[in-house]
Design a protein around this ligand. Structure first.
Ligand code: NAD
Ligand code: WQD
Length: 338
């Protein structure tokens, strides 16, 4: 596997993965429609690594453009990040989510098949586990989804399973991410949400910077250590390295596999806020409000399988996640837009 096509490579997780892949000597081709990203991230990837990649601004639903890319480049494997990811938004825009995440993936798979490229890593999500799975959540927990977003991930997992059943020349790794946070250590690459953040970590850093007034903690009466929700936050650089481990696993007849990417450790909302307060040295205002509909109390990964089979484990702790997220936020208060 030498030349990798990274869909959604200008986005948060894709860009960090490009850095790790270039550092390991892979040739990269990125395709992204830039709907939710800024091409400056691609320049930063090249600055950090001192290596170049080729970029095509295209939509994965556009098979003509994809075919032209596969004609021009001899792609060995695809890491497929491109898609829409805002859980709440998916309930009001289900068709956009099915179109982007499901139809887009089918188009990509058709083009890959036409060009004989049958090596794929797919960005799935812990959201496929729904609200019933006992913790730590293992890969064989039953899947159940609560939102159109989660269902797009579940459907694509099923499509990939059917594809592999029909043709075992495919080599497929499905990675279920828990809660990716943090930023590249340089402080020049990070999460750049448009408008008010939906996720906790960027919300906390924006409050800490004074862009937002306080953190609204969604629920203080869960059955958890301090009453607030518990999640498995994972540093985005660790997550990116999980993809390098997965690429190394892809080889002829490596089959279809699924792995959790998490740390295996749960942290509460208040623990994350307190860790960030330690990092920045000032209090972060917060208020406990009603639970957010659809949220679960506790979710963290069983990482036994991924450690054993991919030889990968997360290295960075919550402190490091906060330090790197904060460095990115202070060095780039307006993200890539400044
Ligand atoms: P992101 O929005 O930062 O990146 C996604 C990228 O895909 C963006 O650059 C966007 O412009 C591009 N894109 C979207 N639709 C496209 C299309 N039709 N054609 C071409 N490009 C398109 O998101 P992210 O956080 O980097 O997430 C990457 C993947 O990981 C997504 O599939 C997401 O569902 C999955 N995931 C993310 C999280 C998370 O919390 N960030 C957790 C679990 C899974
Ligand atoms: C974390 C904790 C909130 C914001 C989502 C998706 C999941 C995956 C990762 C894509 C929870 C609490 C949050 C705030 C808060 N994405 N919170 N105040 O919901 O665990 O996971 O992102 O695949 O599929 O569902 O992440 O960061 O939104 O929330 O109190 O302003 O922080 O209730 O306990 P979540 P999150």
């Amino acid at each position: 596997m030498k030349k990798i096509l990274v869909t959604g490579g200008a986005g948060f997780i894709g860009s960090h993965t490009c850095v790790e892949l270039l550092n390991q000597g892979y040739d990269l081709v990125v395709v992204d429609n830039l709907l939710h990203s800024n091409p400056k991230s691609l320049k930063v990837i090249e600055d950090i690594t001192g290596k170049s990649l080729r970029f095509y601004q295209a939509d994965i639903r556009d098979s003509k453009s994809l075919k032209a890319i596969f004609e021009a480049e001899k792609i060995d494997a695809v890491i497929h990040f491109a898609g829409l990811k805002v859980v709440n938004e998916s309930s009001s825009l289900p068709l956009e989510y099915y179109d982007n995440n499901v139809s887009g993936t089918v188009t990509l798979l058709q083009v890959m098949k036409a060009f004989g490229c049958k090596n794929l890593i797919f960005s799935s999500s812990a959201s496929v586990y729904g609200n019933e799975a006992p913790v730590p959540v293992s890969e064989d927990s039953p899947r159940s989804v609560m939102t159109p977003y989660g269902r797009t991930k579940l459907i694509v997992e099923d499509i990939l399973t059917d594809l592999f059943s029909s043709d075992d020349d495919w080599n497929i790794v499905m990675l279920r991410y828990f809660n990716p946070v943090g930023a590249h250590h340089s402080g020049n690459l990070g999460e750049d949400p448009k408008g008010k953040p939906n996720n906790l970590m960027p919300y906390v850093t924006q409050v800490a910077l004074g862009k937002l007034t306080k953190v609204y903690v969604f629920g203080g009466n869960y059955d958890t250590k301090d009453g607030t929700g518990v999640r498995d936050y994972i540093h985005v650089v660790d997550l990116a390295r999980g993809h390098v481990a997965a690429i190394q696993k892809l080889k002829d007849q490596s089959g279809l596999s699924v792995y959790n990417l998490g740390t295996g450790k749960g942290s509460s909302v208040l623990e994350l806020i307190q860790e960030m307060e330690q990092v920045i040295g000032t209090p972060i205002p917060y208020e406990i409000v009603d639970r957010r509909p659809g949220d679960i109390a506790v979710s963290y990964a069983d990482v036994t399988k991924v450690q054993k089979e991919l030889g990968w484990r997360a290295e960075y702790d919550l402190k490091r996640m906060c330090q790197d997220a904060w460095r990115w936020q202070t060095q780039h208060p307006h993200g890539f837009a400044e």
